[in-house]
Design a binder for this molecule. Structure first.
Ligand SMILES: [Zn+2]
Length: 126
């Protein structure tokens, strides 16, 4: 059971998501609301903020067609906008596997899902 290399964790907390095509960051922590404290360190003003996992301007989601025994299904995953237009079949397989690894790490049984094979990107859903 492995955890996707596209999920960046610090001390067990998700701090970023990388594109499954090229590895560029597509989600990362961004400050939320007003600073909860402000202090000075020499000439530097330090503002502490709550952070949330934000979405980068290059972030998009795609619907991938998956197939098993002639049956077709769909799988949604996130990528950068550039890769969403040029993912190869091998890259789609890697992205699909990485998503299933994440689900498995969360305790889901993905045995059946592993039998489906990604074909092509149907559309961007974002
Ligand atoms: Zn990319």
């Amino acid at each position: 059971m492995s955890v996707s290399k596209y999920v960046v964790r610090q001390d067990g907390v998700i701090v970023g998501i990388l594109c499954k095509g090229c590895g560029v960051p597509i989600r990362g922590l961004v400050p939320v609301g007003e600073p909860i404290s402000t202090r000075k360190n020499g000439n530097t003003i330090i503002r502490d903020n709550y952070l949330m996992l934000g979405v980068g301007s290059n972030y998009t989601e795609v619907e991938i067609e998956v197939e098993k025994d002639g049956r077709k299904g769909k799988h949604v995953t996130c990528l950068c906008k550039t890769c969403a237009r040029k993912m190869t079949k091998a890259q789609l397989q890697d992205a699909y596997d990485a998503d299933l690894d994440d689900l498995e790490a969360e305790g889901q049984n993905v045995k059946e899902l592993r039998k489906w094979k990604p074909g092509k990107i149907l559309k961007e859903t974002r």
